[in-house]
Design a protein around this ligand. Structure first.
Ligand code: LLP
Length: 401
């Protein structure tokens, strides 16, 4: 029996499995290419927010990039030190700002002048000085899927260079704000170094202008976005990535911050799903599995490709099929027109590179329970989130029966 078949038998399917040793390797490789400078790797919690994953990140020395107070609280709960936590996002509520300031996290990453004013008022009310960073939109095309491209003026994120300058000058003169960082994040699943290089150059120039105004920025945050190999895409050489940022920074004395999500956890994850039925309708072959779009929505939402392998069928003859789930939508598929061997009830499929934006984007659509998550580390497996029961799913509703 293969390792995945044993896990499917032990924990049931559908199931997410994460290899923590892969996360360690990825983290170490990134830390290594940054070693010529002070650096802080803040894991983007949205990619995979399981507490055990975050605890593992804390153990590695990572910080966290969060986009809601819920994520900030998760990071703190999992043992990430408060001085390594960044709070980003275009729409922070007053209560979220207040709680983040009370928790004294490293910095709030601001995305508009209006937001800065709210943070200033709230910091003043609390009698604290808010450490802030500003997300600058460098208007650079990251050449990725439009839904995950964020660094163009047509996107809602960040502020343009001129607004950023005004904001830094305002913050410097404010008694309640301390401008400590500068930030960009141009998109996700980026497979070329050039967009990063260009963005870093634009922001480093802004930093030099700010220095001339006696505004001394300590953290240079290059966001996330490093792509992984889902199919045959060539990915970024990490060394080249780091060097291009270093060369943009020239002699500037700043701590480099990076916010990878997918890079750290994408490859470590596998989604295990069992075959329910094969169905042939005269035109097409469908493999119907027990997992669905509510468990892993990336193929439906972004037409994303995830490699799928049938366990224990090596060498068997293959034919073209669609792999689909039980949800009542034509968009409920994991793959279209891929080649798989003939399959029977209970055969196991492994959907690869599913560690990022898999479980975190899952839902209870069709009153399907969210699946279990398992960690693999040093050859051992352990449950890190149990499968939801029907009672879990309805627990918060009030029935007028
Ligand atoms: N920092 C900020 C401010 C972000 O908005 C993001 C992702 C990251 C870091 C991490 O980006 P990464 O290193 O993972 O590329 N659900 C989509 C991806 C959305 C990414 C949103 N922002 C997907 O499944 O492809």
């Amino acid at each position: 029996m293969t390792k995945f078949s044993a896990l499917a038998q032990k924990y049931g399917t559908p199931l997410y499995v994460y290899n923590f040793d892969t996360i360690t390797q990825k983290f170490s490789a990134l830390k290594e290419v940054f070693k010529a400078r002070k650096s802080l790797i803040c894991f983007a919690v949205k990619a995979n927010s399981n507490l055990s994953v975050l605890h593992h990140m804390a153990h590695l020395g990572a910080g966290c990039d969060c986009v809601s107070i819920g994520e900030v609280k998760r990071a703190l709960f999992a043992g990430i030190p408060k001085y390594k936590i960044i709070f980003s996002g275009v729409g922070k509520r007053d209560d979220e700002i207040e709680e983040a300031l009370r928790n004294d996290i490293l910095m709030l990453n601001l995305e508009s002048e209006e937001e800065m004013k709210r943070v200033e008022i709230i910091a003043e009310k609390l009698g604290v000085v808010a450490r802030i960073s500003i997300r600058v939109n460098p208007n650079i095309d990251p050449k990725t899927h439009p839904y995950i491209s964020t660094g163009l003026h047509e996107n809602k994120f960040g502020v343009d260079i001129e607004s950023a300058k005004r904001m830094y000058i305002h913050a410097k003169n404010s008694l309640s704000l301390d401008p400590v960082g500068i930030h960009f994040h141009i998109g996700s699943q980026i497979t070329e170094v050039n967009p990063f290089k260009e963005a870093a150059e634009v922001l480093a120039n802004l930093l030099r202008n700010l220095k001339a105004l006696k505004i001394d920025i300590k953290f240079f945050d290059v966001g996330g976005g490093i792509g992984i190999q889902y199919k045959e895409e060539e990915t970024i050489a990490l060394y080249e990535y780091a060097q291009s940022i270093f060369s943009a920074l020239g002699g500037l004395d700043v701590t480099l911050v990076c916010e990878p999500g997918r890079y750290l956890v994408g490859d470590c994850g596998y989604f295990l799903t069992k075959v329910l039925y094969e169905k042939h309708n005269g035109f097409k072959r469908f493999v119907i599995v027990d997992g669905a779009m509510n468990d892993l929505i990336r193929p439906s939402l972004y037409q994303a490709y995830h490699a799928i392998e049938a366990e224990g069928k090596e060498g068997a003859e293959k034919s073209v099929c669609d792999v689909v789930g039980p949800v009542c939508e034509s968009g409920d598929f994991f793959a279209k027109n891929i080649e798989l061997p003939a399959l029977e009830h209970d055969d196991l499929l492994v959907v690869k590179s599913a560690g990022a934006y898999g479980f975190t984007m899952s839902s209870n659509y069709n009153t399907r329970s969210r699946v279990a998550e398992v960690a693999l580390q040093n050859g051992e497996d352990r449950l890190i989130r149990r499968r939801e029961t029907f009672e879990d799913v309805i627990a918060l509703e009030k029935a007028c029966l």
